[in-house]
Design a protein around this ligand. Structure first.
Ligand code: FAD
Length: 395
């Protein structure tokens, strides 16, 4: 009998398991993949995520992994270019975009070091119910046999296609249609900052990652998915040429080192977050378009919030229920803002944004605070302070 079983060992699952174990709970972490294994991602850790890694004692591992330090950000849209960077959190001034085959094993090793029992190559097949309560999981072991383990709480950190959500019937409480389709690859010989370029219908993201490679990423409207997937490479290159010509010239002196990766399947939803004996974290509870690169950071925030709220209340029915309710309520605050922000950017209609950003040019403090709204260092409410509102009115 475990206190907690966590299904899925990436950005949401490993930190949740680690933080429960650090509270003294007996935790089993099940993952169907075998690490290290890559997954679709542009890898960017916003400052808020970096600060959590630091608090958890894992940031040095990222620094030592060869992930390139990022201290400068560029945004260029129609008629405007701004440069600056997020405000610090906990004195930290540098972010990173580590490859997922680097980040995810570091997170899982953090869980193991905290005392978590980690089993890879174990696909959970079903949940075990008693009356209406989830009391355990049934899973296939690497040897091919099936095993059942029981726990007080089962955590679904099993991503967008969550089995825990499906088996518990956790319905979408908020949902929106898919908005973008994205393709990216890794390039050598293209030195870069964290760079974003935008024009109507196109968004470009540039991130320095491990091994001196630069990730170069394009976003198109979801409606174009069927056309683009038939001929990805020309569409990918044309997006750079027409949206960021200077970057396109830099790419011409570099080399694409890997295949093109992409997806047209990015759902937008919040699911019901918990029920008797179960709770969802990460993409399993809230998935959104990847264009603002917030998913990893939010998975970290949720892991911290869930484990803080439960604390020593795991074995007290009423206290656990109230902790889970508070966890779900907290998702409705900050995570909802970031969800709306992602949908807004994913419309690929820059006009409103660029009109506002043009007024920030020459006001570095506001520019840095703008970048901080996405990084988690400044809330939207704090960004729109009296000084900024006066500046916007004057424009
Ligand atoms: C193209 C793209 C780019 C992105 N770029 C960024 C970015 O730059 N920055 C950012 O913050 N976010 C980014 N994201 C979002 C980010 O990748 C996700 O939000 C994040 O990976 C969510 O982590 P998770 O642990 O919740 O889920 P996942 O990463 O999906 O992990 C779920 C895990 O559960 C395991 N699992 C599933 N079912 C079972 C089962 N039945 N039994 C056992 N194990 C199971 C899976 O094998 C998997 O390892 C991007 C997403 C996409 C698609």
């Amino acid at each position: 009998m475990y206190d907690v079983i966590v299904i899925g060992a990436r950005c949401a699952g490993s930190p949740t398991a680690m933080l429960f174990a650090r509270q003294g709970y007996r935790v089993l972490l099940l993952e169907k993949a075998r690490f290290p294994q890559d997954t679709l991602s542009s890898h960017y850790l916003h400052m808020q995520g970096v600060a959590l890694l630091n608090r958890w004692g894992l940031l040095d591992r990222i620094r030592d992994s060869g992930a390139q330090p990022i201290t400068h950000q560029v945004y260029q849209g129609p008629g405007v270019r701004i440069e600056g960077f997020s405000l610090p959190i906990d004195g930290l001034t540098t972010t990173y975009a580590p490859r997922r085959y680097v980040l995810d094993p570091i997170l899982a090793e953090g869980a193991v070091a905290a005392g978590v029992e980690f089993r890879q190559g174990c696909a959970v097949k079903d949940l075990v119910f008693e009356d209406d309560r989830v009391v355990g999981v049934r899973y296939a072991t690497p040897g091919g046999t099936e095993t059942t383990d029981r726990a007080r709480l089962v955590v679904g950190a099993d991503g967008m296609r969550s089995l825990v959500a499906r088996k518990t019937g956790a319905e979408n409480v908020i949902e929106h249609p898919r908005m973008t389709t994205t393709y990216y690859s890794y390039w050598s010989g293209v030195p870069a900052d964290f760079e974003l370029y935008e024009r109507p219908g196109r968004w470009i993201g540039v991130l320095p990652t491990n091994d001196d490679l630069t990730l170069l990423m394009t976003y198109f409207p979801q409606a174009d998915y069927n056309d683009i997937r038939k001929n990805v490479e020309p569409a990918y290159l044309e997006a750079f040429r027409s949206t960021a010509p200077e970057l396109y010239e830099r790419m011409r002196s570099g080399r694409r080192e890997e295949q093109l990766y992409g997806t047209g399947h990015q759902e937008n939803y919040f699911r019901r977050a918990y029920g008797p004996g179960w709770v969802l974290v990460g993409d399993a509870v809230n998935h959104k378009d990847s264009i603002t690169a917030r998913g990893i950071t939010e998975a970290f925030v949720q892991a911290q919030s869930l484990t803080d709220l439960i604390g020593d209340r795991l074995h007290d029915d009423a206290a656990l229920r109230s902790a889970l309710r508070r966890y779900e309520n907290e998702l409705g605050n900050e995570a909802l803002n970031h969800y709306q922000g992602a949908l807004n950017v994913a419309e690929l209609k820059p006009e409103g944004r660029t009109e506002m950003l043009r007024k920030l040019v020459g006001h570095q403090e506001h520019i840095d605070r703008y970048f901080s709204t996405l990084s988690g260092a400044c809330s939207i409410d704090d960004f729109y302070n009296d000084e900024l509102l006066t500046l916007l009115d004057q424009g």
